[in-house]
Design a binder for this molecule. Structure first.
Ligand code: F3S
Length: 406
């Protein structure tokens, strides 16, 4: 791998131990993937998780004098001040969250604590090389915006942010962005929930390949629809790049999606029946619930408005907590418009800066939760809480009734 004189000096430690460690990681990654050199990036997103390993890495860099050349946006941790008033966490869990927030502040990250950077806080240009981690954010910027990011980890994205560079390999190269298999979609897409289930089906078929989706019926996905699709395709599979013919920027035509080559025959056809079978398989649970959890990925302001419409003035059942994890700007808009206070009076609470996969939610473990996100269910179930997955309208009904049926 070729390095410039300046890059070599950084690797030799002339810019401090922190920058040296970051450069060592980028060079090791580049060598692993046969990158010929490093390329500049001006945007990065770090999927900090508030877990020990990520925090250790950031501390290692910052204690070695590193500062971000490119201030990255950050994934959610959790709202320590607010949620510790409501739920029990251990001193260790609280301190780790505070340590995480502090060290990312010290390294010069933008503390956005949001997992939908491509919607507002960190939007790359078409064709721009960036370093984004977060499994729902990377497919969004690659596929919907046409920016170029590898499927970074929080570790490699932070190293890229410190150095302002990333190795030239993978999705930065034209040949790795082309479609690799074709899926025909005959199912009807009614709302973001259907896009999420479609993403889940797609990821299970595509694995780590770049799927191309061709729709039989006309569709016009929203930002939220694209987000849900990508989040779930990266949950059941490892999809970081997809094309939708006539919808995403690198797929104006079917052949363009395959790099101006002849498209292969469809490998699969996804119908309404497939979506409903996937939903049944993912979510057989029914019965009394203790939690409705929305916002994985973070809810937008428009989605919050939709909750209010479905609530229609009714109160959440007394046995149920209803939390909406939202981008900070969405939560702020909801406060300014008084939607937030109106929802709170009904028992629906909006919390910014917070991920579903954090220790603050552990008091619900053992009971049944309801969500509109298979990704949320996947992570929460690993922590001991089964989840039913339903579309938003049904999640709201479950919140009001205190139970979920079929
Ligand atoms: Fe966001 Fe956490 Fe879900 S980062 S996408 S709320 S797992």
């Amino acid at each position: 791998m070729k390095l410039s004189d300046e890059e070599r000096r950084t690797l030799d430690g002339e810019s401090g131990v922190g920058a040296q460690k970051a450069m060592e990681l980028l060079v090791a990654l580049g060598k692993t993937f046969d990158a010929e050199r490093l390329i500049g990036v001006r945007k990065a997103h770090v999927a900090l998780s508030g877990q020990e390993g990520d925090t250790y890495w950031c501390e290692l860099l910052v204690n070695g004098g590193a500062k971000c050349a490119v201030p990255p946006t950050t994934n959610p941790c959790w709202d320590v001040d607010g949620l510790t008033k409501v739920y029990d966490v251990t001193t260790y869990e609280r301190d780790l969250a505070l340590r995480t927030i502090d060290v990312y502040r010290r390294i010069g990250a933008k503390l956005t604590f949001c997992c939908t950077p491509g919607l507002g806080t960190n939007v790359p240009f078409f064709g721009e090389n960036v370093a984004f981690s977060e499994s729902s954010a990377t497919p969004y910027v690659n596929s919907v915006i046409g920016a170029r990011s590898n499927r970074e980890s929080s570790i490699s994205a932070l190293a890229a942010a410190v150095i302002g560079k990333t190795p030239l390999y993978g999705y930065h190269l034209d040949e790795n962005r082309r479609g690799e298999m074709l899926i025909d979609v005959e199912a009807e897409m009614k709302d973001s929930y259907d896009w999420g289930i479609l993403g889940y089906c797609t990821g299970a078929i595509a694995g780590a390949r770049n799927p191309v989706l061709r729709f039989k019926k006309p569709v016009r996905p929203s930002q939220e629809d694209f987000l849900y699709f990508g989040a779930e395709a990266a949950t059941s599979g490892a999809v970081a790049m997809y094309h939708m013919v006539g919808l995403t920027p690198e797929a104006p035509t079917l052949n363009a999606a395959f790099g101006n080559r002849q498209a292969p025959a469809p490998e699969s056809v996804i119908t309404d029946k497939d979506l409903s079978e996937t939903e049944q398989k993912l979510s057989a649970s029914t019965g009394p619930i203790n939690l409705v959890m929305l916002g994985c990925p973070h809810y937008t302001y428009d989605q919050i408005l939709q909750i209010e419409r479905y609530m229609n003035g009714r109160r959440v059942h007394s046995d149920v907590a209803f939390w909406v994890l939202a981008a900070a700007d969405a939560a702020e808009l909801a406060s300014r418009s008084h939607v937030r206070s109106r929802l709170e009076r009904l028992g629906v609470y909006i919390v910014p800066d917070t991920c579903i996969d954090e220790p603050c939610w552990k008091s619900f473990e053992g009971g049944l939760g309801v969500t509109d996100s298979p990704k949320c269910a996947y992570y929460r179930e690993r922590r001991g809480q089964p989840f039913a997955i339903r579309r938003l309208a049904d999640c709201v009904e479950a919140a009001v009734l205190g139970r979920i049926g079929r």
